[in-house]
Design a protein around this ligand. Structure first.
Ligand SMILES: NC(=O)C1=CN([C@@H]2O[C@H](COP(=O)(O)OP(=O)(O)OC[C@H]3O[C@@H](n4cnc5c(N)ncnc54)[C@H](OP(=O)(O)O)[C@@H]3O)[C@@H](O)[C@H]2O)C=CC1
Ligand SMILES: Nc1nc(=O)c2c([nH]1)NC[C@@H]1CN(c3ccc(C(=O)N[C@@H](CCC(=O)O)C(=O)O)cc3)C=[N+]21
Length: 300
């Protein structure tokens, strides 16, 4: 039987609808509008597209959207000043600094200068520590979106074997923490893993977050397993015309879909869920800042 396609685009729309409903409540009952600030340093065209679509969706769910575009040569001190102002701005409940930053800026220092309760990316060391110890935190958007789709598909994840390929701080590690939190038996694989194929073949759940186009072939997938493809790789697509490109994930979609029980496509899988979870985290942060009940089902 061919795999069920997990429609991240449709799922993200339902998450955004829940967010919009909660925003309306906050406005009507309390006169509060959640605000999200996105800080972009430099002119990376891919990042600009992503920032634009975040801004548009933020406004669509009724929230305030602020964008700070700083030039690529911005000094660390100037960037920290922008973040400090946002930390102290009562109308801003969520702050996202688009990564990667230009080389002359210390990413850890910059991220850790964001007020943890406004850190809607969940990258601040306080949030990382809270997640690791199972306490209430801001949960990184991409892993949170993956978790929502997995829970929706499986119901309970308890006891399932999960393999996360990739150990980055922004995807692989927090993904593994969330799966562990849902009582999966978790393996984290990376570039030094011996016999990755064998490791992946044991998994009921495979999350690929590698950054290598179509690296995971179908014959690594246990029949019926769930495959979550985090990868976003833009490749040249001369077959579509001169200078055209296409997006592919980190798994080889056709061969994996032939054996998997369920699979997320690229585009239209994890990506849209990431943005929806960013909006969800912003509403959650706003509720926490105001001592109000949080929306249900939008956090881990
Ligand atoms: N859909 C979305 O919303 C998002 C998508 N992404 C995409 O997800 C992918 C991963 O992103 P990110 O985590 O930031 O990437 P990083 O480059 O930070 O991490 C990649 C990880 O993959 C591991 N790796 C590299 N090569 C291999 C290999 N041959 N075999 C096994 N493991 C390998 C690396 O191992 P080691 O640590 O040993 O070097 C590393 O842990 C990218 O395609 C990115 O574009 C990222 C964020 C959000
Ligand atoms: N501080 C920070 N937080 C992030 O969460 C963050 C970041 N920096 N830097 C870059 C990565 C990447 N990322 C994506 C989110 C959505 C899509 C997305 O919506 N993708 C669409 C396709 C979009 C297209 O066509 O280009 C899809 O997969 O369907 C992609 C990539 C978040 N990131």
């Amino acid at each position: 039987m061919p795999a069920k396609i997990i429609d991240g685009k449709a799922f993200a729309a339902t998450v955004r609808a829940q967010v919009a409903e909660h925003v309306t409540k906050l406005k009507d009952a309390h006169g509060i509008t959640p605000g999200l600030a996105v800080v972009l340093v430099g002119e990376d065209p891919a990042s600009q597209v992503y920032v634009r679509s975040k801004g548009k969706q933020t406004v669509e769910v009724g929230m305030k959207s602020v964008e700070h575009k700083l030039d690529a040569e911005t000094s660390e001190a100037d960037l920290l000043k922008v973040i400090d102002d946002l930390n102290n701005d009562p109308e801003i409940h969520g702050i996202l600094v688009q990564l990667p930053l230009p080389k002359h800026l210390d990413e850890d220092l910059v991220i850790n200068s964001i007020a943890p309760e406004k850190d809607v990316d969940g990258f601040h060391i306080s949030n990382v520590g809270l997640l690791g110890t199972g306490q209430k935190s801001m949960v990184p958007c991409t892993p949170l979106g993956c978790l929502m789709m997995l829970r929706d598909h499986h119901g309970s994840l308890s006891g399932l074997d999960a393999v996360v390929i990739g150990r980055s701080n922004i995807v692989g590690k927090p993904m593994a923490q969330l799966l562990l939190g849902d009582s999966c038996t978790v393996t984290i694989a990376h570039s030094r893993t011996k016999d990755l194929a064998d490791v992946v073949r044991r998994a009921d759940i495979v999350v690929a977050a590698v950054g290598r186009p179509e690296m995971v072939p179908g014959d690594w997938i246990k029949p019926g397993a769930t495959v979550i493809d985090v990868g976003i790789n833009r490749l040249d697509a001369p077959e579509k015309g001169d200078g055209k490109t296409k997006l592919v994930g980190d798994v080889h979609y056709e061969s994996c879909a032939a054996v998997a029980g369920a699979i997320t496509p690229v585009p239209g899988g994890v990506g849209p869920m990431t943005i929806a979870c960013l909006l969800a985290n912003t509403v959650t942060a706003c509720c926490r800042a105001n001592g109000l009940p949080e929306p249900e089902g939008l956090t881990a």
